[in-house]
Design a protein around this ligand. Sequence first.
Ligand code: DAT
Ligand code: MG
Length: 142
Amino acid sequence: MTTERSLVLVKPDGFKRGLTGEVLRRIEGKGYTLAALAVVTPTREQLAAHYAEHEGKPFYEPLVEFMSSGPVAAVVIEGQDCVRGFRSLAGATNPTEAAPGSIRGDLGRDWGTKVQQNIVHGSDSADSAAREIAIWFPHLGA
Ligand code: DAT
Ligand code: MG
């Protein structure tokens, strides 16, 4: 039983479609609390740091391009096992494969869009969360 933090981004597609409130509703409904919240248009520098693990992969450039295309909502959530818990709320990376009931499964469009347009990002481990929180909220301690 660990209370921890995770870094969630409502990506430009979700933000533009007005789904930020819906994502926050699901987070709060699950019982997680919001520790920080900001609307920001990501810089390439922030994205290079955030997606460092994917540098060199074929989808990296389109991903950074897409993520810098407009505002995102950056959110630090807090709660017991919220890293794994939010990944479960988000669903599989590809919205076509994401289970109904998940954010990507319910709201991700699988027509006319690319895999990177999957509404949300969620940290994949407590270590990633600490690293990512420092990128989006440099004033917050880990
Ligand atoms: P996740 O966001 O589920 O943690 P990831 O870290 O593997 O997935 O990838 C980061 C983002 O990159 C993901 O949300 C969407 C995009 N992406 C991943 N795999 C992709 C692929 N095969 N083709 C296109 N975009 C991809
Ligand atoms: Mg990831």
